[in-house]
Design a protein around this ligand. Sequence first.
Ligand code: O2Y
Ligand code: MN
Length: 595
Amino acid sequence: MNAAVSFIDGKSPAGSQLDNLNQWVTEAAALTQPDHIHWCDGSDPEYAALVQQMQADGTLLPLNPDTHPDSWLHRSSPSDVARVEHLTFVCTPERDAAGPNNHWMSPADGHAQMDALFAGCMRGRTLYVVPYCMGPIDSPLARCGVEITDSPYVVANMRIMTRMGAAALARIEREGSFVKGLHSIGELDPERRFIMHFPEELTIKSFGSGYGGNALLGKKCHALRIASHQARREGWLAEHMLIVGIENPQGEVHYIAAAFPSACGKTNLAMLIPPQSYREAGWKVWTVGDDICWMRPGADGRLYAINPEAGFFGVAPGTSEKSNPNALASIQHGTIFTNVAVTDDNQPWWEGLDKRVPAKDWQGRDYDPANGPAAHPNSRFTVSAKQCPSYSPRAEDPQGVPISAIVFGGRRASLVPLVFEARDWTHGVLVGASMGSETTAAATGAVGVMRRDPMAMKPFCGYNFADYFAHWLSFDQPGAKLPKVFHVNWFRKGEDGQFLWPGFGENLRVLEWMIERVQGRAEAIEAPIGLLPKPGHFNLQGVGMTAETLADLFKVDPDAWRDEFDEISEYLRSYGPAMPDELCAEAQRTLAALS
Ligand code: O2Y
Ligand code: MN
């Protein structure tokens, strides 16, 4: 360790199982040359001290303490406001292991490139050691990691988003293994920014960004890219899915895992409020997670899932009393807001929240519509899941929750009906593998461009998609009681350009049909693309939908679907010979049924 290093509090923990960790911290400190090292214990006083320090140096700005107590605004560097897929790499010895779905570099080149950036980068800074657990601390499905970072903002966010501190360190000491994440904000220079993953070494190196998925390494880097790789080896699934519990009037709760591409309303669905008639009948919705789901087969053959996260890093624009009252209730206190605007009385504000006019935009300038939106389109709130009124008590269950249905979905203005069911598991895997979604202005600036995003994992799968689909297919074993698989599209439009389906709370009607299918109570009719609700078996009472709109919502146009499946087949083939034949054959079966 460098002689200049002093421990500002605590000291490196003892225990032979922690030798590995201590050695890695020593090596990281020797490389990055911090002035101080701080081992995070995750305590309240530690969080308070960090917040105070960040307030003093302007990293955090206090928000109105009367309306938003214990809440803070962080303004990131204007060139550091989102994930950077083009700078994100998976470093495996063989290029094929990472697949065409990832940017690839050899581990040797990756380490050399990153270590050159890290050399001396923490001079004058504190190196924080952040032990964390992804998942309930006593869950056999949970996994631990340690993030080394020079960003107190990252530490504060990790404390909200993960089980961070002493308990995680104790688990690491018991287990001896953990994911290593080395992070520095560097100079926040987009030209010197990389996020690299070394799945074989359970290692992440991230440099040059302090934002979201680039910097909170427990989230996308660990819980999806590294974990998906680990999950393949160990026989489980690490997925980009929300988990929601639907309680019917009989008090039975069915848990649903759902994958949608980024910016398709996962948080809204996870926190759905039932329509009034459903509430009156006794329906309830329980939020387990809004972004990531780890699932594995239980002794009874069903898939059991945990949410590895402990908080929500939700997108602020569009969050409102109409779209997501539970999210809004969650963020009234104890929340870190990043890149939102503020009102003249210093309350956080974003487009779609309400009709007030903001005073300052996300960069702290006087609000001027000529400068674009007041809140950055990717502005965020970070909040503990425990603050969500619909947070499920089963979210902390170490054994996880049994999954009754898996839902795939995308944003498609045409072609794709509101809901259909896959014929079986293999067809379900094809439905997930062929998922596509149209981009929104918020996501890319280019509107309406259709992108394939299999299982919503395109930016997050830590290995070759062909192997990933084979892994999914491998769960169909004798004795397995796999969930039914469905596809939804909340975004189909009519000829007038208006959405055909009201969405939001009304989406519960679709989930109700799925649950009734699982229970064998609702009927379906066969279409070439899958099973559609049989008229009379899908509750539309009170929606006020015309027969014509209903027909448009569920219409399957064979000619257009044939074109879609030609494209899907070509897409699958683009992954080369490793693509499972079973999946290609399934696509051919659908194509034949469409002829
Ligand atoms: O830009 C970022 O780093 C945030 S991306 C994100 C954040 C929370 C949940 N999901 C996502 C995503 O892109 O899927
Ligand atoms: Mn996500």
